[in-house]
Design a protein around this ligand. Structure first.
Ligand SMILES: Cc1cc2nc3c(=O)[nH]c(=O)nc-3n(C[C@H](O)[C@H](O)[C@H](O)COP(=O)(O)O)c2cc1C
Length: 348
């Protein structure tokens, strides 16, 4: 008779804190993606045992309420709400989330204001924040976050400058206070297994879920992802330090060139003092939001912004969320079993 695989008990030991904090079968987060992470995709991820996250940050308040209620109707499993602290509607979003006692809030958009953290903690919601550097990770822990998401340069969308692997080395072995989830560049269960072994309590993926059957992305968007190589997903350049550009990783296309033209125009306006840096930053963010909609919803992958991570090179086909999660688990299982076999062999 075949020996039972040690994978089950092994992975349970590795990710038990992530499971307990989120209340899910698999601490695999479907990272919020503006325009894409709505009730359909979020509920599919949570129903498959993962943790879906609603991308609320850029929604009008009424749509946000509608989407939260719709997700509650589609799943009775836990899911999160991603809010962007620098978005114009942030205060209204947070008021709504706290008034309705939303249980899991993920704050994006830089170091969150202390007041927002205090209110979330007082309301009894679980708080998750993004750490793009080791210094920010430490500050967020001190400020009281319940979970950290370390997101590296390889990720899709707005990105930091440090790679996921370096953040993992710097943060995972030394962070015992809160569970840490790793995001950015994860395209298979192989890498996921290694981040878990380094101390992660779970993982977060965006790009892989963008091609899920349940994701509302236009078919042109999904096909662009299937065709793209990792090298095609590049970050934007910043031409002038006076213009506060948060780098965005997306497929290089006409839209990337439009962004460069916009930047040069805004720099000229800054020089003439006809715009403030803050107004210029808002224009850049509007560009990305509009560009992502153009590509992801309208299907214009030439002029729109096809935001993806480098993991796009591992995206092979459109498939249901449950198959994506099953694939990740099976790859993680093969990798952990391979290492366990080597360990057993070397013990003799
Ligand atoms: C199209 C797209 C849109 C995104 N929008 C958001 C967002 O609104 N809020 C956020 O916190 N992260 C956003 N992200 C980041 C993801 O939540 C996730 O952390 C990232 O995609 C992980 O890297 P990966 O794409 O390599 O898996 C976005 C990513 C993509 C690809």
């Amino acid at each position: 008779m075949q020996e039972p695989s040690p994978f089950g008990p092994f992975i349970e030991k590795l990710w038990h804190r992530g499971k307990a904090l989120l209340g899910v079968e698999y601490p695999i987060l479907g990272g919020a993606m503006s325009w894409l992470s709505e009730s359909g995709l979020v509920s599919a991820i949570s129903n498959a045992g993962g943790f879906g996250v609603l991308a609320g940050g850029n929604m009008e308040l009424d749509l946000l309420k509608e989407e939260v209620e719709k997700t509650y109707r589609l799943t009775n499993k836990p899911f999160g709400l991603n809010l962007i602290t620098i978005a114009p509607n942030f205060k209204d979003h947070l008021d709504y989330a706290l008034k309705t006692r939303f249980p899991f809030i993920i704050l994006a958009g830089g170091l969150p204001p202390r007041e927002a953290i205090t209110r979330i903690k007082e309301a009894g919601s679980k708080l998750f924040c993004f750490a793009p550097t080791v210094g920010i990770a430490r500050r967020l822990i001190t400020m009281g976050t319940d979970g950290l998401i370390i997101e590296g340069h390889e990720a899709g969308g707005h990105i930091g400058s440090v790679s996921t692997s370096v953040l993992a080395e710097q943060i995972l072995p030394h962070t015992k206070q809160v569970p840490v989830f790793v995001a950015g560049g994860i395209g298979s269960g192989l890498l996921a297994a290694h981040y878990l072994m380094l101390g992660a309590s779970g993982i977060q993926l965006g790009t892989l879920f963008a091609v899920a059957e349940e994701c509302r992305a236009h078919k042109n968007f999904k096909q662009a992802l299937i065709k793209a190589a990792s090298k095609d997903a590049v970050p934007t350049a910043q031409f002038d330090p006076r213009l506060p550009v948060i780098p965005v990783r997306a497929l290089l296309n006409e839209g990337s060139r439009d962004f460069n033209t916009l930047q040069l125009g805004l720099i000229a306006q800054l020089e003439r003092e006809t715009i403030t840096p803050r107004e210029a930053a808002v224009k850049l963010e509007e560009f990305w939001l509009g560009g992502l909609k153009k590509a992801a919803i309208d299907g214009d992958v030439v002029r729109g912004s096809v935001m993806v991570g480098q993991s796009v090179g591992l995206v092979k086909k459109v498939q249901p969320v449950k198959d994506i999660i099953a694939g990740l688990l099976s790859e993680a299982e093969s990798e952990l079993n391979r290492l366990l076999a080597i360990a057993c062999e070397s013990r003799g």
